[in-house]
Design a protein. Structure first.
Length: 242
């Protein structure tokens, strides 16, 4: 079965941003985020504001190269998040996924990169902020599979790995609720996503669980122990990107 993917990024972005915004009143901004111990809710919103501004700048540049990342910002009122969200939604609406746009990753320069990047970051942040108020809901399966694919298609090729390992071998990530698998080969410090692994090659590690749990583990929010893990967990840790 092919991996489920988001078919309407804008709808999903608005949904995830709405879920985040429901719980981010001014009194919540100073709270620490358990899934990211060094961050506050205000800091999470500030990261999204910066990303949204970067995405809007890249989209409005219509394919011009090397769009600098905006400077760090401080969010003191939730309305600042609303303004940045409105601006990036306008930019995304006027630049469909197939339109040209610069990206920082070694992928095709298309607006689709920013459509996916904004919704994946927003979904992860929604989960983070819900952790801060003690009421989490999993990442929807289609969004979670996009978050997993983005790790291997953009972040790892761009050098965003959290850790490295001298261990090598074939790893499988199996999202049970999406009936989707990712086969990853680690060799000499490099990582390659395989479409069709040699069936004769033995797995050195396997993690099975919901798409949400696998995505959250890859993005450093949860330990891989939340999944059903078999084999060398060090190989799984080497795949984390945040």
């Amino acid at each position: 079965m092919s991996k489920p993917r988001i078919t309407d990024y804008l709808t999903e972005l608005k949904k995830e941003a709405g879920g985040l915004r429901e719980i981010t009143g001014p009194e919540v901004l100073p709270r620490l985020v358990p899934s990211r111990p060094e961050a506050t809710v205000a800091g999470i919103l500030a990261e999204l504001v910066r990303l949204y501004r970067w995405a809007a700048d890249a989209l409005e540049a219509d394919g011009a190269p090397d769009i600098p990342e905006p400077p760090a910002v401080r969010v003191e009122h939730p309305e600042e998040f609303d303004e940045a969200l409105g601006a990036v939604v306008d930019a995304l609406e006027s630049h469909p996924p197939e339109a040209p746009a610069w990206t920082w990753a070694p992928v095709e320069w298309r607006s689709e990169f920013w459509h996916r990047r904004t919704v994946v970051a927003t979904g992860l942040s929604r989960w983070d902020v819900q952790m801060a108020v003690g009421a989490t809901a999993p990442i929807p399966a289609a969004l979670a599979t996009d978050a997993i694919s983005e790790v291997f298609e953009a972040h790892i090729p761009a050098g965003h790995r959290r850790g490295e390992s001298d261990h090598g071998g074939l790893v499988q990530l199996f999202a049970q609720d999406a009936d989707a698998s990712w086969f990853v080969r680690l060799r000499d410090g490099n990582i390659a996503l395989l479409d069709h692994p040699d069936p004769r090659t033995e797995l050195q590690a396997r993690a099975a669980g919901s798409a949400s749990d696998i995505a959250l583990a890859l993005w450093g929010r949860l330990p891989f122990g939340i999944c059903d893990v078999v084999g060398d967990e060090v190989l799984l840790q080497a795949l984390r990107v945040e």
